[in-house]
Design a protein around this ligand. Structure first.
Ligand SMILES: Nc1ncnc2c1ncn2[C@@H]1O[C@H](COP(=O)(O)OP(=O)(O)O)[C@@H](O)[C@H]1O
Ligand SMILES: [Mg+2]
Length: 363
């Protein structure tokens, strides 16, 4: 019997369209001898819709117009008494589909921050990627940096504020200029400003506060942007290094999604072995420190003297065939369909181990 893989994508975040593209790539590449893909698109209102073939994704070849088919039936995930998980039609309550393992690829808010992972845990379903804790920790830039700092992993110095009434100048004392001001729990560079003069700080914080209740302000690091893909549960492995070369002031939203030539990817990165070895070791350490499982892309700044600082981890990185995470594995010798296979096996393995745990006290 084929394993039914529920690909969960879309969602209410600003990365809705990117997520559909990631899902489309996964849908196309899954090994049909082993797996039967089930498409679970979450629309911008949060409704889950079920699709069984590619017609569920409209305008599939146009990244700007790509969309879910709103005529597809709505479903909700519910725990079923058997091994697998049921998707029910919310109106009639009848079982619409049974899924064996989920592949969430919903980037950003709700999909990447532990919310979706919590829902899947509640219904006792195996799923790909970090669980609740790793997802939540990886999403919150302040908590992530505190844990890295505690583990002795270099990361830019930072301060956090929750209102513009905070004494901003005092908060950033010692961080110098320029500064990076970011909403704490977002992605895709949304709401991020590079502040070069102190007078720009207040408006930058105000802007970031439109997106999040907590804002992080970081010292700016001058360095190359190097990324490493990590894969595994208890014994995670690092891919070769890749480099992002932004053609803008920094790797902004425009550079990522609007300007087709906004950034160049170089895989593998042109780095001496002693630097790439150090960065890859550090990537695995970051992955473990932040309680990650399955996959994660660790992003660094490598300074001119060769030392590396961690910028962030992405627990559900972009996953189209041309995205950095799959590309890095391909360059390391793991082609896209095999990467998917490995991730699904890791999800099933973890779920099996969790199921084997005792739940109550011993009397
Ligand atoms: N402390 C920093 N020093 C230098 N550049 C930074 C710093 N923080 C962020 N940037 C730039 O901004 C981009 C987006 O920041 P990042 O923290 O990765 O946000 P996101 O989670 O939205 O990707 C980075 O890829 C980099 O180009
Ligand atoms: Mg980033």
């Amino acid at each position: 019997m084929k394993t039914k893989v529920g690909i969960i994508f879309g969602g209410k975040s600003g990365e809705h369209e990117v997520s559909i593209q990631s899902a489309k790539s996964i849908y196309e590449a899954l090994d049909r001898d082993k797996y039967e893909p089930i498409l679970l698109g979450v629309d911008k209102q949060g409704v889950w819709r079920l699709g069984r073939d590619a017609s569920f994704i409209l305008n599939a070849s146009n990244p700007k117009l790509i969309a879910l088919n709103a005529a597809a039936p709505a479903v909700v995930p519910v725990e079923s008494p058997g091994e697998a998980l049921a998707l029910r039609d919310p109106a009639s309550g009848s079982v619409a589909e049974i899924v064996d393992v989920f592949f969430p690829i919903m980037h950003g808010t709700f999909g990447e921050d532990g919310s979706l992972q919590g829902l899947l845990k509640m219904v006792d379903a195996p799923f790909v990627g970090a669980s609740v804790l790793g997802s939540a920790v990886g999403m919150d830039k302040e908590v992530m940096k505190r844990l890295l700092r505690d583990a002795g992993i270099p990361t830019p110095r930072f301060a956090c504020v929750r209102s513009v009434r905070s004494r901003l100048e005092a908060a950033v004392e010692g961080l110098g200029l320029p500064l990076f001001v970011k909403p704490c729990n977002l992605g895709s560079s949304v709401g991020i400003s590079k502040v070069k003069r102190m007078q720009e700080l207040h408006p930058a914080v105000e802007r970031a506060l439109r997106f999040d209740r907590k804002v992080i302000i970081e010292e700016a690091i001058q360095g190359r942007e190097i990324e490493v893909a990590v894969l595994g549960n208890d014994d995670p492995k690092a891919s070769v290094c890749g480099e992002i070369i932004p053609q803008h002031e920094f790797y902004s939203y425009e550079a990522k999604y609007i300007d087709e030539n906004g950034a160049m990817l170089r895989i593998p990165a042109d780095l001496p072995a002693w630097i790439s070895d150090q960065v890859r070791d550090l990537a695995v350490k970051v992955f473990k420190t932040l309680e990650c499982e399955g996959m994660g892309r660790v992003d660094f700044f490598v300074k001119p003297d060769g030392t590396a600082m961690v910028n962030e981890i992405n627990t559900l990185p972009g996953f189209t065939k041309i995205s950095m995470y799959p590309k890095l594995w391909e360059a390391t010798g793991l082609p896209y369909p095999e990467l998917l296979d490995r991730l699904i096996q890791l999800a099933l393995e973890r779920h099996g181990k969790e199921r084997a745990l005792e739940r109550g006290a011993e009397f």
